[in-house]
Design a protein around this ligand. Structure first.
Ligand SMILES: C[S@@+](CC[C@H](N)C(=O)[O-])C[C@H]1O[C@@H](n2cnc3c(N)ncnc32)[C@H](O)[C@@H]1O
Length: 203
């Protein structure tokens, strides 16, 4: 995916596209046969990039400001495909039979600290920084098509080994597909894929 030429503004209280946003966008390839779900769409940059390619795109965020921001970003750009955007805590508001070939989440991934700000919901992922991601993984598995893939951002400031372990327990085949060293942390993009045969057997 790429965000070239996308017109957007970031509304107050919404996470501004940052290094992690662009690393995740760069790590995902889509074709027009893909169906794409973004959790935590924020200002909507990746959603718009995905809607240029994939036919079926859904974006959700727990923050209503982020949902509104994504809708605005979609309106500012010409979109080839229609996108559904709605407020949801992770995947809980999705229809049970909605399935996607690719699901992506740049989650709140930092461990809790003593500081608080109004962007905490966008950055703090629980005590160890992996709680939100762990809930996401368990829910995402139920909305993945056979052979589908999930993409998740994680930081060296959180417990990456534990996240990988959670993924393996859920029967994902885990790969780190890209990494980027920043001043105070290293970001990684984890890819989790489900064996076609596994999902087919279970279904
Ligand atoms: C790090 S920001 C990423 C925003 C955007 N995707 C980007 O990459 O710039 C995390 C986003 O996840 C959303 N979020 C946090 N907890 C969530 C949850 N339980 N369900 C859905 N979205 C959540 C936040 O509101 C925020 O917009």
């Amino acid at each position: 995916l790429n965000t070239n030429g996308i017109d957007f503004v970031v509304n107050p209280g919404v996470y501004p596209p940052s290094e992690d946003t662009y690393l995740l966008v760069d790590s995902i390839s889509l074709t027009n046969t893909d169906s794409f779900l973004e959790i935590g769409c924020g200002a909507g940059l990746m959603t718009v990039a995905a809607a240029r390619l994939a036919e079926f795109v859904v974006a959700t965020d727990v923050s209503f400001d982020a949902v509104r921001n994504t809708v605005e970003t979609l309106e500012r750009n010409e979109n080839k495909h229609q996108v559904d955007v709605f407020q949801s805590d992770l995947l809980t508001a999705l229809k049970v039979d909605y399935e996607f070939s690719i699901i992506a989440f740049n989650p709140p991934y930092l461990p809790q600290d003593d500081f608080t700000s109004n962007l905490d919901q966008a950055t703090i992922g629980g005590k160890n920084g992996i709680e939100t991601s762990s809930h996401f993984l368990a829910q995402a598995k139920n909305h993945l098509k056979p052979g589908g893939r999930i993409y998740l951002v994680c930081s060296s400031l959180a417990d990456i080994k534990k996240i990988q372990h959670v993924m393996e327990k859920l029967e994902f085949i885990v790969k780190i597909v890209s990494s980027k060293k920043l001043f105070f942390e290293e970001l990684h993009i984890l890819e989790g894929s489900l064996l076609k045969s596994y999902t087919e057997t279970v279904l």
